[in-house]
Design a protein around this ligand. Sequence first.
Ligand code: GLA
Length: 381
Amino acid sequence: MSLANKVKAHFTAAFSEPPAYIVRAPGRVNLIGEHTDYNDGFVFPLAIDRATFIALRPRDDNRVLAISLDMDDRRAFALDDLQPPAEVGWIDYLIGVAWVLQERGYALRGWDGVVSGDVPIGSGLSSSAALELAAARAFYCVSGFDWDAKAMALACQSAENEWLGVNCGIMDQMISAAGLQDRALLIDCRSLETESAPLPAGSAVVILDTGTRRGLVDSGYNERREQCETAARHFGLPALRDIDSETFAERAPELDALSRKRARHVIHENERSLRAHDAMNAGDAVALGKLMMESHISLRDDFEVSSSALDAIVDCAQADESCYGARMTGAGFGGCAVALVETDNAKDFVERVSQCYIEATGIQPSLYVTRASSGAETVWP
Ligand code: GLA
């Protein structure tokens, strides 16, 4: 049964009538442009075919009653009495979105809903952004305000930063809000302007989940952000986005060795993302794959956010004859890698790379071929 039908059936059973709406918001995988979003740079993700769904109906009062099928839990809150989380649970994502939307002047109505998703939690595919954008879309359906993908992405990012205490950039919320079917989206994280491009003909995107997990909060994520900000300040610039690789090569000796490595990654990664967009538009899978490989090496050696599991799965993927390129994706330190492979050989690639990774690490990975899907939307009626 599809997830839409699943939440619909459970809603009907729980509330004795069919839902008024079903909404969905996807997770994401980033093809290239890693740790660039909080440097005002470029990212190039796609919304994946895994998403969070909510079946819902409006309420006459200002309460939200939500049932999570995945957590086997039922929670309620009042829109005029939002309590900050002591320990973050799934309902706090809904509360955080309600909080930020009201802070920004949106008049919200309450709803009853059933939530379920298939973005694996904590694997680096942005299950949090999917839940936040699905919640925003649910409020939009019952409250009748205008839907603006950028505004919703920014609001959900604030919910994550200020309500949930996670210091993420804008990439995850932006692609979950604005993704396009069968296209990847180059996002300028300063202006939030986007340009889409189709995957090169005959190539497919495979997600390689190492089966290892590391949360953003307790990782070196915040430390990397600070190192980047310090490097930008040193150059007297608002962000590392504002320096090109040539100027950087001249001025790099001014920085200490660690800041130099961090900055070098970000500055070159921005340029790789733009080149990746050109490669995509030219339908050049080989060029795109090469840029992905370079990105991985830079994340591993200069930015130091890879892990032995990520390196092992990327090595297995790179070594496969049907692979154009592979790299870790998302924040790093565990979670997923992404590969660009020949569509016709994608199934064999999945088999071979799983085997190779198990032999190297003894860990069972999950690999799946994904497709680019639309961003947050109402799927029913
Ligand atoms: C996480 C964050 C994003 C981005 C990536 C790294 O996914 O949520 O904002 O910074 O890490 O590219």
